[in-house]
Design a protein around this ligand. Sequence first.
Ligand code: FAD
Length: 263
Amino acid sequence: MLTIKDYILVENLEEAYKLNQNINNVILGGTGWLKLQNRNIGKAIDLSNLGLDKIIEDDEKYVIGCMTTLRDIELNKSLNEFTKGAIKESLRHIVGVQFRNSVTIGGSIYSRFGFSDILTSLLALDTYVEMYKGGIIPLKDFVDMKYDKDILVNIIIKKSKRLVGYSSFRNQTTDFPVLTCGVAILDNGKVLASIGARPHRARVVEDSENILEVKSMENIEKFAKYVSNSLKFDSNMRASGEYRKHLTEVLVKRTLKNLVEVK
Ligand SMILES: Cc1cc2nc3c(=O)[nH]c(=O)nc-3n(C[C@H](O)[C@H](O)[C@H](O)COP(=O)(O)OP(=O)(O)OC[C@H]3O[C@@H](n4cnc5c(N)ncnc54)[C@H](O)[C@@H]3O)c2cc1C
């Protein structure tokens, strides 16, 4: 059971940051994950009053406030046009609409869950996190950073030209994914894949050997194998490591083939 002794609706980020330095205190996102924990919280710090529940867009980027719900991101027309539906595809399988209406992007990305669909899709995009003290950090570096007591303020997606696709595999609808896969073709033709739920955190694999200089079916298959050989896979109750490795080849091949056909 989650027990909260005190609740504070903060007036600014400095107040939130100071309160959060106490080990017993916790920042609240949508509490979807927190409330499953068996834990005593001293002060629950609520950021709801800070206007951080919006998606702001300019010519260069999208800035998504940490309190924005996954559902608001899923329904954002411009983001979905920009990502050709990949963002929506990475969110629509998460539990259900009511759930996605309450859980936040801040709680999702700060947590860096191994099974995270949205972490995987954002890694295929040109994404950064803005931390209150730590500043702006590329998401691919943030993934490997230790949990600290900083506050994730915004997610920034730069509008760098790339074609992105997303796919995942689940044993059953709404369950946690067995494997998550994002693929991007960059403006210069280079390709990268982000693979999550291995069951470890998502990782980016770049085509550093230039396998896809020519995007033939044969080279797509070679790249899919290269990605699966570059990563470590392990077993859990959902699937074996061997199965995940095989799925990686299938999903990378399928997602990349779709992108090449669209291009
Ligand atoms: C039953 C269940 C099934 C799920 N299935 C999936 C799935 O299939 N795919 C998937 O991708 N995800 C899945 N999730 C994860 C879900 O999508 C959210 O990522 C998760 O609930 C965390 O978001 P939240 O807003 O609820 O965060 P909370 O539970 O409120 O917080 C989680 C952690 O993040 C910290 N935190 C929150 N906001 C901030 C911030 N701004 N700065 C710093 N720290 C912060 C909190 O202190 C806490 O430690 C599932 C979750 C549950 C409970």
